[in-house]
Design a protein around this ligand. Structure first.
Ligand SMILES: [Mn+2]
Length: 321
């Protein structure tokens, strides 16, 4: 039996407010279906967090892409989706609409069987059922695990213990950085989702009769951070079309040529922060006297009158102190 395991697709339309992310999922759809055609799994297990923001207000174009990927996958093999935290709306699993004869959504702890193989599914929020579960061959989770390293570099302190004696193989979603902790294989997100994940090599996992293999889908949009110190090196920023670039630039560099690309983000290296501070100091609040003078200066009056008003206003101010 061949099972293709993937996780954390987080389908959405924008990245940091810019309209470009949906295109990435069209690319993903193509590559994903090519992979399914090549591997010919009997079953696809998606470990959850299918859409990034699932609610009745979800954009229809986002919904369409996601639905299409699942319907197309389901034409090729059976699909099981384990509900993650992003698959819920106001505490309820909201992704049931994806179901069809070949797609099953698991919204509560479930112990099942495929031929000789025992499979157990524990969606997000059902961790307490882990104590009651019978031994199984494959355990699928979507949960926090103590000791995993997050993409931010932090170590997760909350969550289940990283050693489970329930399953011979344990696959977990939710954690975007692919890794193994204890006997839990965190599959990782299917592609990089932001700059914190840059440099992470993403994968899907093929489980075939007890053998586990990583599969890397090449050519998916990825995130890169580059430092730029001169205008010359700016023109050398030749990254593939669908890559995201965080350009950390030397202060004062003219970056206007990067403005048109929605996938390029800019921040300035620390010296610029010093300059910003200096500007802020200039913008510090005015004193009452300065404030009065500025207010009078802005009035449409003759200069002589303004001088008189200022005198008067200062007297009033002095008296009131
Ligand atoms: Mn999650």
């Amino acid at each position: 039996m061949r099972i293709l395991i993937t996780s954390d697709w987080h389908i959405k339309a924008t990245h940091l407010g810019r309209e470009c992310r949906l295109e990435d999922f069209y690319i993903f759809e193509k590559k994903w279906l090519e992979l399914v055609d090549e591997v010919k799994p009997d079953l696809v297990v998606n470990l959850g967090d299918v859409f990034h923001t699932l609610s009745p207000y979800i954009r229809k174009d986002v919904l369409m892409v996601g639905s299409e990927i699942f319907q197309e996958t389901a034409k090729r093999c059976r699909v099981v989706v384990l509900a993650g935290n992003h698959d819920m709306f106001r505490g309820e699993v909201a992704i049931k609409f994806l179901e069809n004869v070949n797609i099953r959504i698991i919204d509560q702890a479930y112990e099942g069987r495929e031929g000789d193989i025992r499979m157990t599914f524990v969606p997000y929020g059902w961790e307490s059922s882990l104590d009651r579960l019978h031994e199984t061959d494959l355990l699928f989770l979507h949960t926090d695990v103590k000791g995993v390293k997050l993409s931010s570099g932090k170590i997760m302190e909350e969550g289940i213990e990283p050693f489970l004696n329930v399953g011979k193989f344990v696959f977990n979603g939710h954690i975007h950085r692919p890794q193994r902790v204890g006997n839990i294989e965190c599959v990782g997100s299917v592609m990089q989702h932001d700059f914190s994940e840059s440099g992470e090599r993403k994968r899907v996992i093929l489980w075939e009769d007890g053998k586990v293999r990583d599969i890397f889908i090449e050519g998916l949009p990825s995130f890169h951070i580059v430092e730029v110190h001169s205008a010359k090196s700016l023109s050398r920023l030749l990254y593939p079309k669908f890559c995201y670039l965080l350009v950390r630039a030397k202060p004062g560099l003219d970056l206007s040529q990067l403005e048109d690309n929605p996938r390029i983000f800019v921040e300035f290296l620390p010296e610029e922060k010093e300059a910003e501070k200096a500007e802020e100091v200039e913008d510090k609040p005015l004193s009452v006297v300065e404030e009065i003078e500025r207010w009078i200066d802005e009035l449409e009056l003759e200069n002589e009158l303004k001088i008189k008003m200022k005198k008067l206003a200062l007297e009033v101010w002095e008296c009131s102190r």
